[in-house]
Design a protein around this ligand. Structure first.
Ligand SMILES: *Cc1c(COP(=O)(O)O)cnc(C)c1O
Length: 392
C-alpha cells in the first residue's frame, strides 16, 4: 500500500497533493514508503541543519522525554535558560530571549515588542517587498507579498513595504510612526535574494538616526546556514532584535526571539506568553543542536561546502546564474526551463530540491553535507538538466 499522490484525504487542502511520502531519514538521506533512497537538499525547508535523526539530538530528546517534557512557563525548568544563554552568547551578548514554537511566533513576539517599545502612535513596522515572515495575520501583513494578502483582508494595520536594497525608499518610509525595520538578510521564500551588505549598513545607520529598531528575521538564515552564525554578520552590523526558528531544534518545533536587554525590558509579566514555548522537551533538542553546531563549527562547514555546491551548480547545463550565501543557494535556470518540472524529475531521480520561483531551484542541504553527497546531487541534476537543456 504505497500512497502516491493524494495520501492526505483528511488534511485541509492548503498544500498541493504530495508526490512522495517519507518514512525514515539519516543524515542527508531519506527513504520513502517504497524503500527508495533520496538525497535531501532541502532539509524540510532549512530545518534539519545537522541532517535527519542526528544521534546526539535524538538521544537528547529521548532522555528528556523520559525525564520531564513540560511544566508551562509558570514554573522554571533547567534546560531553557541554558539555551537562552547560548543564543545570547552567539549573538554577542547583552540580550534576552523569548522562546516560541515557530518562526511566525518569533516574529509576532518581535512585532509586539517593537510596538510596546515604540509606544502609542509609533507602531509601524517596515519590511521589504518579496519578504516572508510567516502565516499568522500580522506576520502575513509583514510579508511583503501583496498577492498573498488579498484573500485575508482586513489584516492588522501598521505594516509598510519598501523595495529591498533601495536605501532611499527606506529613508522615505521612515516617518515618526515607524518603530522598527524588519528584514531578512537573505530572502529565502522570496527566491533566495541576498540583501546588499552596503544596504544593511545603511539600514543600521538610518535606524540609529531615526530611533527605530532593526529586527532581523534569521528564521531561515540563522545558525550557520549562510556560512556565518547569522546572515547579518556578512554586513558587519548588529541588529536590536533577532528572530530564530527552523534550524534551532533540528526538526523539533522551536523558535526564539532575542532582543537587546534594554529593549526586552519594556515587556512586563502578562504582555506576552505561550503555553509550550521554552518547554524542556523542545529546548533539550535545541541545546543538543547548538552543542553539535558549535563542536562541528557549522558556519565554516557551510561556507566551504557552499562554495563547492555553488561552483558545481554554475557549471551545470541550463543553469545561468547561482545566487545566495553558504548553503542557501538559488540556481536560476535558462529561459524555457521550468523549475517545477526539473524539481519533479530530480525527485524521481532521488534528489530533493525546491522550485522556489518558476525559474529557479532552491538548495539547502544539511550543514554537515559531505563532498561526495554534493557531487552525487550535482550528478543527478546534471543528468536531469542535460535532457531539458538540449537545444531542440
Ligand atoms: C519559514 C520562515 C518563517 C515562518 O516560520 P514558521 O515556523 O513556518 O512559522 C518566517 N520567516 C522566515 C524568514 C522564514 O523563512
Amino acid at each position: 500500500m504505497a500512497p502516491t499522490t493524494d495520501s492526505r484525504p483528511w488534511h485541509m487542502p492548503t498544500y498541493a497533493p504530495v508526490p512522495v511520502t517519507f518514512v525514515r531519514g539519516a543524515g542527508t538521506e531519506l527513504w520513502d514508503t517504497e524503500g527508495r533512497r533520496y538525497l535531501d537538499f532541502l532539509c524540510g525547508l532549512a530545518v534539519t541543519g545537522l541532517g535527519h535523526s542526528h544521534p546526539v539530538v535524538a538521544e537528547a530528546i529521548a532522555v528528556q522525554a523520559a525525564t520531564l517534557m513540560h511544566v508551562s512557563n509558570l514554573y522554571g525548568n533547567v534546560v531553557a535558560p541554558e539555551v537562552a544563554a547560548t543564543i545570547d552568547r552567539l549573538l554577542g551578548g547583552g540580550g534576552q530571549v523569548f522562546f516560541t514554537n515557530s518562526g511566525a511566533e518569533a516574529n509576532e513576539c518581535a512585532i509586539k515588542l517593537a510596538r510596546k517599545w515604540g509606544g502609542r502612535g509609533r507602531h509601524v513596522v517596515v519590511s521589504a517587498y518579496g519578504s516572508f515572515h510567516g502565516r499568522t495575520l500580522a506576520t502575513l501583513h509583514a510579508t511583503g507579498q501583496p498577492a498573498k494578502h488579498e484573500t485575508f483582508q482586513p489584516l492588522p494595520e501598521g505594516f509598510r513595504h519598501v523595495p529591498l536594497n533601495d536605501l532611499d525608499a527606506l529613508e522615505g518610509a521612515l516617518d515618526p510612526s515607524v518603530t522598527a525595520v524588519l528584514l531578512e538578510p537573505l530572502q529565502g521564500e522570496g527566491g533566495v535574494w541576498p540583501a546588499d551588505p552596503d544596504y544593511l549598513r545603511g539600514v543600521r545607520r538610518l535606524c540609529d538616526e531615526r530611533g527605530a529598531l532593526l529586527m532581523m528575521d534569521e528564521v531561515q538564515t540563522g545558525l550557520g546556514r549562510t556560512g556565518r552564525w547569522f546572515g547579518f554578520e556578512h554586513a558587519g552590523i548588529r541588529p536590536d532584535v533577532v528572530q530564530l526558528a527552523k534550524a534551532l531544534g533540528n526538526g523539533m518545533p522551536i523558535g526564539a526571539c532575542w532582543a537587546r536587554a534594554d529593549v526586552a525590558a519594556v515587556f512586563e509579566p502578562g504582555d506576552h506568553g505561550t503555553t509550550y514555548g521554552g518547554q524542556p522537551l523542545a529546548t533539550s533538542a535545541a541545546r543538543a543542536t547548538l552543542a553539535v553546531m558549535e563542536a562541528e563549527d557549522v558556519p565554516a562547514r557551510a561556507d566551504r561546502a557552499g562554495a563547492r555546491l555553488a561552483e558545481g551548480l554554475a557549471g551545470l547545463p541550463g543553469v545561468v546564474d547561482v545566487r545566495g550565501l553558504g548553503l542557501l543557494l538559488g540556481a536560476e535556470l535558462a529561459e524555457g526551463i521550468d523549475a517545477k518540472e526539473i524539481a519533479a524529475v530530480a525527485l524521481d531521480a532521488g534528489l530533493v530540491v525546491n522550485p522556489i520561483t518558476p525559474t529557479a531551484l532552491r538548495l539547502a542541504p544539511p550543514l554537515l553535507v559531505g563532498d561526495h553527497e554534493i557531487d552525487e546531487a550535482l550528478a543527478i541534476l546534471d543528468a536531469v538538466l542535460r535532457e531539458r537543456a538540449q537545444p531542440s
